[in-house]
Design a protein around this ligand. Structure first.
Ligand code: 6R9
Length: 645
């Protein structure tokens, strides 16, 4: 893969930041430029200043010790994540401020002030210690999106136990693999969780996983759903019983800056999931900085990041980043269509959410359901809306801005990864004009480049591989238990730079557009096309709500374009017209050879389209490979019997 990726979709729109927003924004364009320049020219000063905004039990001796590919940040510093996220605010007299507003799928609402959350976390830290959990031990967390998940994470961080969250939608074997890989001694779970009204038997799953995970010694079980479960004497403890007995005093443990904070598993395109390891000090500093800057946080904001805590977005921008900033977060337990597609808008209206951070897959589902649904609600409390997780198609971006943002809220498209820990690329709201579908500029200290396989930079507008040329505080430290895989995957592909695995291009203003995973690139008649651009062209047709594009081997062209499309509700897709539309938007080169009109696409539980299965469908092959991370495996069966048009 030595070639460049052709950039074919020409998006010319640029939307200036609203004047009101810009006037009170944290950063102007000039301030950003000055600080960004400093962050590269004098990183020691820049990062020392950022770290000094937090509490350290012992100050660091050195900002960065870089022995490629291993970084140590804030060397020999001692701090504590939970202390900075909670105690610091309570001690400063902000204990009465709301930390969490939580809403269950059934409508129950619970709020925690900072003082209340601190008490719960202190109790939970005492519970963990009474179970014998010590700094350095691993704790797997398999919980629904309820306040106890936040309390568990912070309690682990408080005592120095390394948490490993496994999304509650994952299967028994996925859970067992992750417990085993992390060698966790404790599992925190619940009797059951709710998913679209139905109960998910978490404790029963955990019991089965425990059979093949010998490291596991104990289970702490939250009573969430009143489900009947078996409690194994000597191994299983009810959360509420243990919490009732625990004291509310607990001193946060001073931990080395490089103390492991969490492991989070992310699927590689091949092989077993990788346990991405993050440590304490650098992650904390990056999260404190980026949450304040990117979301332009104000004291009275209510920030709603819709991601489950099972994903990195939930770790970073539901839990750690906002709490480090003393912000109030909205957390909603359930699905966006419970009881109907108006649920998010109802939550925003009732709780007066001011910042919404969600994923393109959700945005496209809302588009598909129709404008009339959000239009029934008062969304005027919103002042900023954001997107993360996938490339956002320009049409979805425009829809998001118009229908949800009322043509008033800046839209931030944020590119980052489980591995990067925090937001790497975005357009700071209020400082710069946004371009639909384009993430934008690097965050402080981030040094991106677009290169060929040989590491040579490509010119403006040309597509290539996205790399980061220097370490940043919240970068992954290794792949848990497999440092070799860390070296090879991230620092071994292209010499001396971090390889993100994504294709991207940079325009003459320096804005970077991320075009998707490099594995998803097509080669049509010698032109390398990113799937995202063809998908964006498809979605810009009024009859198409969502699209996924893959390549199919072709004798003549090398590869040809195969499109899977979901019709917009109330529309029918005319394949001939759609082909013409793509040809008009991008060029004849990208015209799909085959179009499948589908009722759903195969997605992971975090909403990312799994194109490798679509490639198999398109080629008429058997489905092979691990389908365990799919939200709904039956989608594949249906697609296999759908005729291509
Ligand atoms: C935070 C998160 C990472 C991959 C990443 C890229 C894709 C995320 C994106 C984006 C284009 C954006 N991605 N944000 N692509 N524009 N704004 O999603 O982490 O689950 O590890 O996924 O998601 O392909 O490499 P993670």
């Amino acid at each position: 893969m030595s070639d460049k990726i052709d950039a074919v979709l020409h998006e010319e729109r640029s939307i200036a930041p609203p004047t009101d927003f810009a006037r009170s924004a944290r950063y102007s364009a000039e301030q950003y430029r000055e600080l960004y320049a400093q962050s590269l020219a004098d990183p020691d000063t820049f990062w020392s200043k950022a770290a000094d905004e937090l509490h350290w039990f012992r100050r660091w001796d050195q900002v960065l010790d870089w022995q490629e590919p291993h970084a140590r940040w804030f060397v020999n510093g001692q701090t504590n994540m939970a202390y900075n996220a909670l105690d610091r605010h309570v001690q400063a007299g902000r204990g009465d401020k709301r930390a969490i507003v939580w809403e269950g799928e059934d409508g129950e609402v619970r709020t925690y002030t900072y003082a209340e959350l601190l008490r719960e976390v202190q109790r939970a830290a005492n519970v963990l210690e009474s179970l014998g959990v010590k700094a350095g031990d691993r704790v797997t967390v398999y919980l629904p999106l309820i306040p106890e998940v936040v309390i568990s994470l912070l309690a682990c961080a408080r005592i120095g136990a390394t948490h490993s969250v496994v999304f509650a939608g994952f299967s028994v074997s996925a859970l067992a693999d992750r417990i085993e890989n992390a060698q966790s001694r404790l599992l925190i779970t619940a009797d059951a969780g709710y998913r679209r009204g139905a109960q998910v038997p978490l404790k029963a799953n955990a019991d089965r996983a425990a059979e093949s995970a010998p490291s596991l010694q104990q289970m702490l079980v939250v009573a969430r759903a009143g489900a009947a479960v078996e409690m194994e004497p000597g191994r299983d403890v009810w959360w509420h019983e243990a919490m009732a007995q625990a004291g509310t005093e607990h001193q946060a443990v001073p931990l080395d800056s490089e103390h492991p904070l969490f492991v989070l598993y992310t699927s590689g395109s091949t092989g077993k999931p990788k346990g991405i390891l993050h440590t304490t000090g650098g992650y904390m500093v990056s999260l404190h900085l980026t949450t304040g800057a990117v979301f332009d946080l104000k004291d009275d904001d209510l920030l709603w990041c819709t991601a489950d805590v099972g994903w990195v977005t939930g770790h970073s921008y539901t839990v750690y980043g906002p709490l480090l900033n003393g912000a109030t977060v909205m957390i909603y337990e359930g699905a966006p269509n419970q009881p109907d597609w108006g649920r998010y808008w109802d939550i925003i209206q009732r709780h007066k959410v001011s910042i919404l951070y969600t994923a393109p897959t959700a945005i496209r589902s809302f588009m598909r359901a129709g404008d009339e649904i959000p239009e029934r609600f008062d969304l005027s409390s919103l002042r900023l809306i954001g997107s993360v997780g996938e490339p956002i198609n320009p049409e979805a971006w425009m829809w998001y801005r118009r229908v949800i943002g009322g043509d008033r809220c800046p839209v931030i498209d944020t590119w980052w990864q489980t591995e990067t820990g925090s937001i790497m690329l975005t357009t700071l709201p209020g400082a710069f004009p946004s371009k639909p579908g384009t993430a934008g500029l690097p965050m402080f200290g981030v040094d991106p480049a677009i290169v060929t396989r040989d590491g040579e930079e490509v010119g403006p507008g040309e597509g290539g591989l996205l790399v980061l040329r220097r370490p940043w505080p919240s970068m992954l430290r290794t792949v848990y238990g497999d440092d070799d895989r860390y070296r090879k995957t991230y620092w071994g592909e292209i010499p001396h730079v971090y390889f993100a695995g994504d294709g991207a291009r940079r325009d003459s203003d320096g804005y970077i557009t991320v075009m998707g995973r490099v594995d998803d690139v097509l080669n049509v008649s010698g032109h390398r096309l990113g799937t995202m651009e063809i998908e964006s062209a498809l979605v810009s047709h009024p009859a198409v709500a969502e699209a996924a594009v893959v390549g199919r081997p072709d004798d003549v062209k090398g590869e040809c374009v195969v499109a899977f499309v979901l019709p917009q509700v109330g529309h029918t897709v005319d394949p001939a017209e759609l082909r013409q539309h793509v040809a008009r938007e991008i060029g004849a080169l990208a015209r799909p050879d085959a179009i499948y009109v589908a009722d759903a696409l195969p997605k992971t539980r975090s909403g990312k389209i799994m194109r490798r299965f679509l490639r198999q469908v398109a080629a008429g092959q058997q489905i092979t490979g691990d389908t365990s991370t799919l939200e709904d495996p039956s989608v594949l069966e249906r697609l296999q019997t759908t005729p291509a048009q």
